[in-house]
Design a protein around this ligand. Structure first.
Ligand SMILES: [Zn+2]
Length: 282
């Protein structure tokens, strides 16, 4: 896209005009510290998402995990906005609107994986790219995008201007999205490192319209009998929630450090490091 300079510059101007809460000067007091996380539980309502052989539904699993993450983050004095709190289908545009209206500092979409090969298992974490990093990643994005087929509000990738706009929005947050994905993957995969599937990139539509760093986590395969059984347990769900919360807190510290906000602000009790009392409690 870089070769189309004039449109690129125009797009950049549009993006700058649309940007909310971005750094507008050198005044550190205008910088907002990391405080708002948008959690997106995948699927819902008529969209079950993936289904395990013994009936575990992705939509129920990821909502429950999302609620556990939210509860833990709120205990850390962070603001959490969920795109859905119950079993209903939230259209794509509404998910974008909820996230962007909340002016989130981070968007985390929570999903569970599925494949025809019942032996496949493990955790993988994605951040957005126009091209998938490999065939498996492309397949995951295709499956996860299915529910939003025909959705409006997406950048039309055939239209040069919106493609570039989308590109810029993506690249603006790409480094931070990548950073969060790595933190999340490291934590989520720590229980079962030999089955870690790593950090990947793919064109998930749900990540395309959110104007903040974003990541999509696949917390395990419901199509693997062992993982389906494990993912039914409260213990496994808490463990996942704990790993995600630790990743969010670490990301938040780095987010603030990059923006030069931190200890000098009032409310020093907000140093996340001092509130990780349950690290390793299990
Ligand atoms: Zn899903």
């Amino acid at each position: 896209m870089n070769r189309i300079r004039p449109i690129g510059l125009l797009a950049m101007a549009v993006v700058a005009a649309c940007a909310v809460g971005s750094a507008a000067g050198d005044e550190p007091q205008l910088q907002e510290r990391f405080d708002t996380i948008v959690l997106d539980a995948g699927h819902g309502g008529e969209d079950d998402g993936a289904r395990g052989a013994r009936g575990l539904l992705e939509k129920e699993l990821v909502l429950d995990v999302g609620k556990r993450v939210a509860a833990r983050l709120r205990k850390r004095d962070l603001r959490v906005v969920m795109t859905r709190n119950d079993d209903r289908f939230v259209p794509l545009e509404e998910r974008f609107a909820i996230a962007n209206d909340a002016r989130g500092d981070l968007f985390v979409s929570i999903h569970a994986n599925a494949t025809d090969d019942a032996s496949v298992r493990g955790v993988e974490t994605f951040f957005l790219a126009v091209d998938a990093s490999d065939e498996d990643a492309r397949r995951v994005a295709l499956r996860e995008n299915e529910a939003f087929a025909g959705a409006t509000g997406l950048p039309d990738l055939n239209d040069p201007l919106s493609a570039i706009l989308g590109d810029l929005i993506v690249s603006d947050y790409m480094n931070e999205s990548n950073e969060f994905a790595r933190l999340a993957q490291r934590g989520l995969a720590s229980r079962d490192p030999q089955h870690s599937r790593g950090v990947k990139q793919a064109p998930f539509v749900v990540l395309q319209g959110v104007q903040m760093p974003s990541s999509l986590v696949e917390i395990g395969f419901v199509t693997n009998a062992e993982e389906e059984k494990r993912l039914r347990t409260s213990r496994a769900r808490d463990r996942i929630a704990k790993a995600l919360v630790a990743a969010v807190l670490e990301f938040g510290e780095q987010f603030d450090a990059r923006r030069g906000v931190g200890q000098q602000l009032p409310g020093g009790s907000r140093s996340y490091a001092h509130t990780r009392e349950d690290e390793g409690a299990k």
